[in-house]
Design a protein around this ligand. Structure first.
Ligand SMILES: [Zn+2]
Ligand SMILES: [Zn+2]
Length: 337
């Protein structure tokens, strides 16, 4: 089969390797679509703690083509989306129910072979039936689950005014989720006018570039925002976002900042305004929730998927993402097969 391999930082190629065979508790999936994520970019650039060489890709869906002897819940021909995390289930964090915080966490496409390949073997417990969704939609189950994980952690109440900083694919999922959950309005901030226009199309009431926002937020929300979602991963955006949380409000750190970045904030303001700062990493058990939302059509992902390419498009995907010329890029490993 063909698969993308990252051999070392900044070096990748499409390689021909043996097809995977399933263990007793695994299924083999013919990957229909796999989203390219910022994490893939970080792995490619060597700024993520993944061991190379690696077959990347952790946002994928496809058809079951082979099942191991012990598999009971899915059969050949089923269309499934994949939860990429493979926790150890033995460490303190797993035993506390926080499998995504597992200290021995392995994830398909991050530590073990992933979805930018024609076939992948994954555990039966990692697949979720996704009949009724297109491959394009089903490959969104993982990133949408991550957003739901963040939203479930931070919470949003009906009638709250929210701010989303960063309108990449994740920020644009948050714009939609916050409105579905009853936010009275969502203000969206990004450098790109194209991304802001998509935010507007998806229901954001006000869309602004960061400098416009910095000079006008007091007119828009004189007391600040009940909920601020940081989805850019830029430390400057973190600082700006923390300054505009309303007294009693919450701040969600969702964007992935560089591992050594720091951001300044006023501990006095956090104390005096009783601000809650919440972090969110990966996903827990939100896949069924995400698949239901995708199935309902209430979360729009077609408009967020700007490119679908074959495996050899990985380099193009990296370039598009670096230049913020795309929203979600998906690779279709079996395109034309
Ligand atoms: Zn991801
Ligand atoms: Zn564990």
């Amino acid at each position: 089969m063909l698969a993308v391999v990252i051999e070392k930082p900044h070096r990748w190629r499409v390689t021909d390797v043996p097809d995977p065979t399933p263990q007793d508790d695994e299924v083999v999936i013919a990957v229909s679509a796999c989203g390219v994520c910022g994490t893939d970019l970080h792995i490619f650039e060597g700024s993520f703690p993944s061991k190379l060489p690696l077959f990347p890709g952790h946002e994928f869906a496809g058809e079951v083509v082979e099942v191991g002897k012990g598999v009971k819940s899915v059969k050949v021909g089923d269309f499934v989306a994949v939860h990429p995390n493979k926790p150890c289930l033995l460490c303190e964090f797993c035993r506390e129910g926080n499998e995504h915080l597992c200290e021995n966490l392995q994830a398909y496409g991050v530590h073990i072979p992933g979805g930018f390949a024609q076939f992948v073997a994954v555990k039966e417990t990692n697949v979720y039936k996704a009949e009724g969704l297109t491959p394009l939609q089903a490959a969104w189950a993982e990133p949408l689950s991550c957003c739901l994980h963040g939203l479930n952690r931070v919470g949003v109440k009906s009638g709250e005014r929210a701010l989303v900083i960063g309108c990449g694919p994740i920020g644009l999922l948050f714009v939609q989720l916050l409105l579905i959950h009853g936010a009275s309005e969502v203000v969206a901030v990004d450098l790109s006018e194209e991304r802001l226009s998509v935010a507007k199309q998806l229901g954001a009431s006000v869309t602004l570039q960061p400098n416009e926002f910095a000079s006008s937020h007091k007119d828009i929300a004189p007391h600040g925002f009940a909920l601020v979602v940081e989805a850019s991963g830029n430390p400057k955006a973190v600082e700006l976002g923390l300054k505009v949380v309303k007294a009693g409000g919450r701040f969600l750190q969702f964007g992935v900042c560089p591992t050594d970045a720091t951001a300044g904030f006023s501990p006095f303001a956090v104390y005096r305004k009783e601000i809650t700062i919440v972090g969110s990493f990966s996903l827990g058990r939100e896949m069924p929730q995400a698949l239901n939302l995708l199935m309902s059509g209430r979360i729009k992902v077609d408009v967020l998927t700007t490119h679908q390419l074959g495996l050899e498009g990985f380099g193009e995907a990296v370039r598009l993402m670096r230049e913020a010329k795309s929203l979600k890029v998906q690779l279709l490993p079996n395109l034309g097969k």
